[in-house]
Design a protein around this ligand. Structure first.
Ligand code: DC
Length: 220
């Protein structure tokens, strides 16, 4: 099986690039952030503190998380309900960052993610795919972009979803989240030593072309 790891901070444009690569090469796009977001939603729904490992761990046995592909798109199901749209708020982003720092939560998702890569050719986006989940991935990318480009991109996404938030607020919460994601003790969002760095500050088409050329060269 071929597996492409695509890690990087929030707003770097990973999902857009990953979806386009998946389409071009016929792979499955796996968005691992959506899994942490679903756990965050469950945590909030149950009134638990997302930084309290014992409280969140106690919830995990009753959490039924399913990843389904509907018309080629990944959808997240929480206890039978499609929550794919509900998990895209700024509140859930911050809560996902908190629960993702808990070892019990990471352990809960590890097999699910590895299993998907065992059964399918995948491009998997996240923070620790190249370092922890798929250390033998066929190609590893670490994508970044300027702070301005990242905040602008995420702000536009949130506005399009009807959230009332300023660019400054987005910048602030993104900086907080990225700091905590990249400095946490477990599976920090850092490039694997063998990751290829991709700068997505400018043209998406150029980033995509570079990535696809690298993958094609590797799998030929
Ligand atoms: O990619 P995203 O913004 O949807 O991810 C939401 C949060 O989940 C992010 O703040 C960090 C965490 N995450 C993680 O720790 N490991 C992953 N593989 C994917 C996401």
């Amino acid at each position: 099986m071929i597996s492409i790891a695509l890690d990087g901070p929030s707003g770097a444009g990973k999902s857009t690039v990953a979806k386009a690569i998946a389409k071009e090469l016929g792979y499955i796009y796996v968005d691992t952030g959506a899994m942490y977001r679903t756990i965050a939603l469950f945590t909030l729904q149950n009134g638990a503190d997302p930084t309290d490992e014992a409280a969140v761990s106690a919830l995990l046995p009753s959490l039924v998380l399913e990843v389904k592909y509907i018309d080629g798109a990944q959808r997240m199901f929480l206890c039978g309900e499609d929550v794919s749209d509900k998990i895209r708020t700024n509140e859930i982003s911050m809560c996902a960052s908190k629960v993702s720092a808990l070892p019990a939560v990471r352990a809960f998702l590890l097999d699910l993610q590895r299993d998907m890569a065992k059964k399918n050719n995948v491009i998997m986006d996240g923070r620790d795919i190249g370092t922890v989940i798929l250390p033998n991935a066929t190609v590893k990318f670490f994508m970044n972009a300027s702070d301005e480009a990242k905040a602008k991109r995420r702000h536009e996404e949130l506005l399009a979803k009807g959230e009332n938030i300023t660019l400054e607020e987005v910048k602030k919460t993104m900086a907080e989240r990225d700091k905590s994601d990249s400095t946490r003790k477990i599976a920090p969002a850092v490039p694997a030593p063998d990751a290829i760095m991709l700068d997505n500050s400018e043209s998406l088409e150029k980033t995509l072309e570079t990535a696809i050329n690298i993958i094609k060269e590797k799998i030929q």
